[in-house]
Design a binder for this molecule. Structure first.
Ligand SMILES: [Fe+2]
Ligand SMILES: [Fe+2]
Length: 203
């Protein structure tokens, strides 16, 4: 799916079904972090107004998602709780920082590609929830069907923003970089699955 090299381990959805409250709480935090990340990127590049506008739009959508997940928490009397550590996202950023970037791949391009990968994996996990939750959660399944379409679009938006940031001469370099990052992302997902599933969106 999208740029992903490996599907999520099937144990993840079984674990998520059994710990849905925790997954929902983590999901709310993921949406808020996605918005915060987009705004932090925008704040660092005030000279690039098309980028700032696109990131602001993305952040607004992520906050809408956040509010809808919080409504779901309230309906189910689930506390939001403190944000769990996102080992997946932290590992991805660490690994990417360690892979030296070729000409044309700026730190901004890397950050946009990392964001694209996180969107792609979120989309895949939401598909898992849309298809894997029981019939008693039909409302929630419909919500995840809608969200997975948004996150797929965000994936494409971030890849397009990375290409725009690199410029037309480096489009090939952006695709090559994304391919490398996708390989690393697959290693991280395999590693996390080996540790046993966690009740988080990316765990
Ligand atoms: Fe979202
Ligand atoms: Fe998103």
């Amino acid at each position: 799916m999208l740029c992903l090299r490996v599907p999520s381990d099937e144990r993840w959805i079984l674990h998520a079904r059994a710990h849905l409250d925790e997954v929902l709480s983590d999901h709310a935090h993921c949406e808020m972090k996605a918005a915060a990340n987009a705004l932090s990127l925008a704040a660092r590049h005030p000279g690039n107004l098309p980028l700032v506008r696109a990131l602001s739009r993305l952040a607004r959508e992520e906050m809408e998602h956040f509010e809808r997940v919080v409504e779901e928490l309230e309906r189910r009397s689930i506390p939001l709780g403190a944000p769990p550590v996102d080992v997946y996202a932290a590992s991805l950023r660490k690994v990417i920082a360690a892979v030296s970037a070729p000409r044309g791949i700026s730190p901004l391009v890397d950050r946009l590609l990392v964001a694209a990968l996180i969107e792609a994996r979120s989309c895949e996990r939401f598909k898992g929830l849309a298809e894997g939750l029981g019939d008693e959660h039909e409302g929630l399944r419909a919500f995840y069907r809608e969200l997975l379409a948004s996150e797929a679009r965000h994936y494409r938006d971030y890849v397009d923003l990375a290409k725009a940031a690199a410029g037309p001469d480096f489009e090939g370099a952006v695709h090559a970089r994304l391919a490398i990052l996708s390989d690393r992302e697959a290693d991280i997902v395999r590693g996390l699955a080996g540790r046993g599933a966690e009740a988080t969106v990316h765990g």
